[in-house]
Design a protein around this ligand. Structure first.
Ligand SMILES: [Zn+2]
Length: 269
């Protein structure tokens, strides 16, 4: 599933392509025909990302809400759109650009109170200027749930997925199983600041890089990572490989059906 930086990049891209323009909306596969009819002919005023949720605010107090989920994809281009290929849930076109959305988990039109309700059920998003990390710490510091599970819970922190969470915990030297309430205030402040740094970098670069300069392939004389996720990381999807810091084999474990990765030496806590 794409992590929050991908959605923030999409929001910025869609503002660049469409903001201020009147758009035509359609649903070539028909599943979103009613919603598309509501949006069609309106001006797309602004876009926004909140965690993994993408919002297009249209004139007339209508907001298109998209969650890509595991399989959602967005493509776009300039000029005339191509013939729809596959299951295109939503096609947006303006005089200048087009956009196709396929396979989202959510694609719906929301009213302003519904947008407020969506925001209210999400934790602070490290990529948003209005994020309040206190709200997340209030949840974490009262919970016996493992820290990794809390950070993956979008109602605690929004936008963080498995890569950011496993890597930020490694960089903090914290075991993923640490109960939330054992995380001290100062450690939380550092962890939040690091999430902001890592996610902003990923938003700029379009890929997730988490290793410090001294652990880059060139600095260590090692081969670069080969993985479809790109980016240099410490532990994510490196089970059994030597830790870049201490050479201990990276561990893998299960947490609520998801793979977790950590260094048993660097992350003793
Ligand atoms: Zn290590």
């Amino acid at each position: 599933m794409p992590e929050g930086h991908t959605i923030h990049r999409l929001a910025a891209r869609h503002a660049e392509l469409f903001a201020g323009d009147k758009v035509h909306a359609s649903s070539p596969q028909r599943r979103f025909a009613e919603g598309a009819a509501l949006l069609s002919g309106t001006v797309l005023e602004a876009t926004e990302a909140y965690g993994k949720h993408l919002l297009h605010h249209h004139a007339g107090e209508m907001t298109l809400h998209v969650h890509l989920g595991l399989y959602g994809k967005v493509t776009d281009g300039a000029g005339e759109p191509p013939e729809p290929v596959g299951q295109v849930r939503l096609r947006l076109t303006s005089d200048r650009h087009w956009l196709d959305l396929r396979g989202p988990t959510a694609c719906e039109v929301l009213t302003p109170p519904e947008v407020d309700a969506l925001r209210a059920r999400l934790g602070p998003d490290p990529l948003r200027a209005d994020a309040d990390p206190e709200r997340a710490y209030a949840r974490i510091s009262r919970s016996a749930t493992p820290l990794a599970a809390l950070l993956l819970d979008q109602s605690v922190v929004a936008g963080t997925g498995l890569i950011f969470v496993t890597e930020a915990l490694f960089r903090a030297g914290l075991p993923p199983t640490l109960p939330g309430r054992r995380l001290g205030r100062a450690a939380w402040d550092r962890l939040w600041a690091d999430l902001v740094t890592l996610m902003r970098l990923a938003e700029r670069q379009g890929r997730i890089d988490t290793v410090r300069d001294e652990h880059l392939p060139e600095a260590m004389g090692r081969a670069p990572r080969v993985d479809r996720h790109g980016g240099e990381v410490y532990v994510y999807r490196r089970p059994g490989a030597p830790c870049h810091v201490c050479a201990t084999a990276v561990s893998r474990g299960d947490m609520a059906g998801r793979n977790l990765y950590w260094c048993p030496t660097c992350q003793r806590g």
